[in-house]
Every structure is written in C-alpha cells, then in structure tokens.
Design a protein around this ligand. Structure first.
Ligand code: GUN
Length: 296
C-alpha cells in the first residue's frame, strides 16, 4: 500500500484564503482590521524565521501585524510591561510571545500575564482549562491544525482509536483533548510508555509529537492508519555538511503501511500559521461581537 500524502501546504492556503474573505467582511462591518502583536526577545535564528512567517501571513490575510523585537538582555519586568500595554491596546486582538525566552525570563509568568481573550497561542492556563472543560476559548495552533487535517482526510473521527505520542502542554495534551472532543478513544503515550510499538499498532490515528527524528517506524503502524507527524528535527543530510528536516515518523517505511500521512516539511507546519491567523480573526470577531460565516 502507498499512503496518500496529506498536503498541508494546500490545506493551509485554502484556509488562509477563507480567512482573508472573512477579514474583508469584518473590516467592512467594523471599520478596522484584526491586529496581531508578535513579540520576539533575542535573536534565536529559528524564532526569527517563525516570526517573519507569522508577520507575512498576517499581512497577506489583510490583518495588522505589530512586531516587537526586544534585545536578548530584556528584563522580565520590561517584557511584562509590554504585555500589559498590548493587553490594553484596542487595536491588538491577538498577542503571541515567541518561545523560547532567554533564561532571565520566566515564560510561565509571561504567558499567564497575557489577557486570556487575546491569547491566540492558547497557552494561558485559562484557555487550557476552557479546552479541557469544553468552553469556548483559544486552542493551540499546532494541534488545531492537526485536527483540521484529520477531519478533512477522514471525515468524522467518532469512535476511532487515536494515539498521541508526546504529552507537552503545547501539542500532546491539547491534541488529546481535541480528539476526545471529536469522540475518539484516546491514548497519550510518552517516554515512559511500555511497548510503544504495540500501543501505536492499535491506532486508526497516530499523532507523533515527541521530537525524536524518525522514531515511529512503518512496522509500528496498523495498515491504513492516518499518521500526523508534528516533528521538526534537523539531521545530517546525505550530502556531507548539509542538514535536512525530518519528522518524528520514518516517512520511507511508514508511507508503505499508512493510509495517509503528512510529510515534513509541508504537512503540519503550514497549518500552524494558518490557525494562528484564524485565532486572531476569531478574537477580533468575539471582541467586536461580529459573526463569522466560515473559517471556524
Ligand atoms: N515557538 C515555537 N512554536 C511556537 C508557537 O507556536 N508559539 C510560540 N509563542 N512560540 C513558539
């Protein structure tokens, strides 16, 4: 069997086009555009790339992008003061503080300072609690993007067996809650799980978010399973001195067994940014009492 390759880039482009239409409707009705503030502290090169992509996607959707670049030696108090300012700024609908933060800053303190109703990353404990209890809030972008890909590939997820590998607050835990919300039978596996291949082999849906290059092998999979690979691992390429990106799934073996699989790159990654833009639009709509027609 050869798996269907799930084209996250195309799905993200469709979602972003839908969002742009809604942004135009929102702007016509309210006289303003949704605004996203992105804060980058320091010069981590990967973070700088992400922040640039987020700003570009924001502007392409017709929204305002407010970028705040602070030096690496910024104090926690200075960053908290900026968050306070953004919380109080009516032009700002979404606030994203790019992680990781430098060691002198407590990331949990910063995340908790963001107004939960502007927390488009969905990292605030209030939004984690809303997700866990089924209240409307903001869902972290990467798991939400994974859910969209699964729904478009499989239709209803009800009754399916899902295994999430990884238990982070950013991906694993919210992913498990989203799958539960769609009536899957969910298992969360992690580094202490005994006989992981046997657990994975039960699953109709596998979401791999462990951060270990090519860990999940084809012979771990139930034939026909739908495999979502959240991993982004930089490894040495076949050419000397060159690196390449690989996921947490061994694509070569897995694509011979799975029914459908996301590639790395071009799978989950583009959906994460599209969901961030969507969350920003949803925030603006909630704040202004505007009803969205699609993109939800
Ligand atoms: N660093 C890596 N991914 C993310 C993300 O989705 N949000 C934030 N704020 N920082 C990140």
């Amino acid at each position: 069997m050869t798996a269907t390759i799930i084209d996250g880039k195309a799905a993200a482009a469709t979602l972003r086009a839908d969002i742009a239409v809604e942004v135009a409707r929102f702007a016509a009705a309210t006289g303003r555009s949704p605004g996203l503030a992105v804060v980058l502290v320091g010069e981590d090169p990967a973070s700088a790339v992400y922040v640039r992509s987020k700003g570009k996607a924001t502007v392409e959707a017709g929204m305002e992008s407010f970028e705040h670049r602070l030096p690496a030696d910024t104090s926690e108090a200075e960053l908290l003061a900026l968050v306070d300012t953004l919380n109080g700024d009516p032009a700002v609908d979404g606030i994203l503080v790019q992680l990781p933060l430098p060691p002198q800053i407590d990331a949990d303190k910063v995340i908790t300072r963001i107004d939960p109703d502007k927390d488009v990353d969905g990292f605030h404990p209030v939004n984690a609690g809303r997700l866990a209890t089924g209240l409307p809030g903001f869902v972290p972008c990467t798991p939400y993007g994974c859910l969209m890909l699964l729904r478009s590939q499989l239709g209803s997820l009800s009754g399916k067996s899902a295994v999430v590998i990884g238990r982070s607050n950013i991906v694993g835990k919210p992913m498990a809650l989203l799958l539960l919300g769609d009536s899957c039978t969910v298992t969360i596996a992690h580094s202490r799980t005994v006989d992981l291949p046997a657990i994975v082999r039960q699953a109709d849906i596998v979401v791999a978010a462990v951060g270990r290059a090519e860990m999940v092998k084809g012979d771990w999979l139930k034939p026909g399973a739908c495999v979502i690979d959240v991993g982004i691992n930089r490894v040495e390429g076949s050419e000397r001195g060159k690196t390449k990106l690989v996921g947490d799934v061994d694509f070569a073996s897995a694509s011979g067994v799975a029914g459908a699989i996301t590639p790395v790159p071009g799978g989950v990654g583009p959906m994460t940014i599209a969901c961030l833009i969507r969350n920003t639009l949803v925030s603006a709509a909630r704040r202004d009492g505007f009803t969205l027609e699609s993109a939800s």
